[in-house]
Design a protein around this ligand. Structure first.
Ligand code: HEC
Ligand code: HEC
Ligand code: HEC
Ligand code: HEC
Ligand code: HEC
Length: 215
């Protein structure tokens, strides 16, 4: 769920007072402003139960995304790793770290770490990771520079318009399969021609009909 009353919710009383004067127009503005996905979602970065950093693990240590998100190529849903994955290293590394107390106690009790979900589509929208990842859409195109984030935040609005913008012109967005998890990927100068060729030979055709994305 996108947060209904985000950071600036404390402005609400003032805005509501102004709204009383502005009447109907304000209502339209209010709905557009507060509930448009780009406002409620982009930058959303909830506090997590562990100070886990992608900048450190995926950036500096250079770990592959799939080491932890191992379902992303096979399943519709990506997964956040179980505590076991962290303990592969942290049973030996930084075993005294205070920051890792919740990880060790999760390991000891068998209770999973309550990570807060950041990316969340409404139930009525259909989305599958594996199809995108298998057809040249990089993690970076949808999630941004994860390797530079200490705290993961929403980089893209995940709105219908955003999905469609790529579905209508995939040649502007896809990349070679070998670069799917690359962060900071730079397209070669002739990438549009290459992508059009790939789209033709592989028959890549992102759907734009309602029923493809809605139940
Ligand atoms: C060492 C394990 C590990 C590696 C490697 C890793 N991640 Fe993560 N990732 C996590 C954990 C744990 C979370 C949940 C906590 C958080 O959001 O920081 C997470 C969360 C995320 C989320 C947000 C999930 C949500 O709730 O919406 C995205 C997107 C993501 N990772 C993408 C990536 C990408 C892209 C890479 C490779 C560049 C990567 N991760 C590498 C462990 C990892
Ligand atoms: C491949 C090994 C590896 C895995 C897997 C791994 N880490 Fe780490 N982690 C490290 C290393 C190396 C450091 C840096 C240690 C240092 O700075 O000396 C670190 C540091 C940390 C720190 C900072 C500790 C401190 O005291 O500053 C946290 C928190 C952390 N990791 C959480 C996690 C979580 C949560 C997971 C599982 C989602 C995880 N790590 C998986 C290797 C790993
Ligand atoms: C076409 C856009 C797109 C691409 C490409 C993409 N993702 Fe996602 N990702 C999403 C969306 C949308 C969601 C939210 C899905 C939902 O709510 O069902 C999400 C959710 C996630 C989550 C959270 C899963 C959870 O259960 O909390 C992780 C982790 C993640 N993505 C990792 C990755 C990794 C790693 C890659 C690259 C290998 C990747 N994604 C590629 C759009 C994308
Ligand atoms: C950056 C480009 C890009 C973005 C952003 C993107 N898609 Fe796609 N999408 C693709 C491509 C490429 C395919 C593969 C088409 C094919 O298989 O021929 C695809 C395929 C699909 C399919 C068909 C899956 C199937 O089973 O055949 C659905 C449904 C879909 N996307 C939903 C979404 C939704 C919902 C969003 C937004 C949350 C989204 N996509 C965002 C590029 C994108
Ligand atoms: C590529 C995938 C995709 C296609 C195709 C698509 N939608 Fe959507 N649609 C979405 C997503 C994702 C959302 C959720 C956006 C959000 O969370 O704000 C959405 C939201 C909606 C909403 C809720 C209101 C809104 O705008 O947020 C309606 C109504 C809707 N879609 C109708 C349609 C109709 C009618 C069509 C066909 C003309 C269609 N959609 C085609 C992905 C798609």
């Amino acid at each position: 769920m996108p947060q209904i009353f985000p950071k600036r919710a404390n402005l609400l009383p003032t805005l509501t007072a102004v709204g009383g004067l502005g009447g109907g127009l304000f209502v339209i503005f209010f709905i557009w402003y507060y509930f448009s996905p780009s406002y409620t979602d982009v930058g959303y970065a909830p506090v997590q139960p562990v100070e886990y950093s992608h900048r450190l693990h995926a950036g500096q240590l250079g770990m592959k995304c799939q080491y932890c998100h191992n379902w992303v190529e096979e399943a519709a849903h990506a997964n956040v790793p179980p505590t076991q994955t962290c303990m592969n290293c942290h049973s030996q590394i930084r075993t005294e770290s205070v920051k890792l107390v919740p990880v060790r106690s999760s390991w000891a009790t068998g209770q999973s770490i309550p990570w807060v979900k950041i990316h969340q589509l409404p139930d009525y929208a259909r989305f599958a990771h594996n199809v995108h990842v298998a057809n040249g859409v990089g993690c970076e195109s949808c999630h941004g520079r994860i390797d530079q984030m200490d705290v993961v935040q929403l980089a893209q609005p995940l709105s219908m318009g955003w999905c469609l913008q790529c579905h209508r012109e995939p040649e502007k967005h896809i990349r070679p399969q070998s670069e799917i998890t690359t962060m900071g990927y730079v397209q070669p100068p002739d990438y549009i021609a290459r992508n059009l060729e790939r789209i033709r030979t592989e028959g890549i055709q992102p759907p734009t009909d309602c029923s493809a994305c809605h139940y």
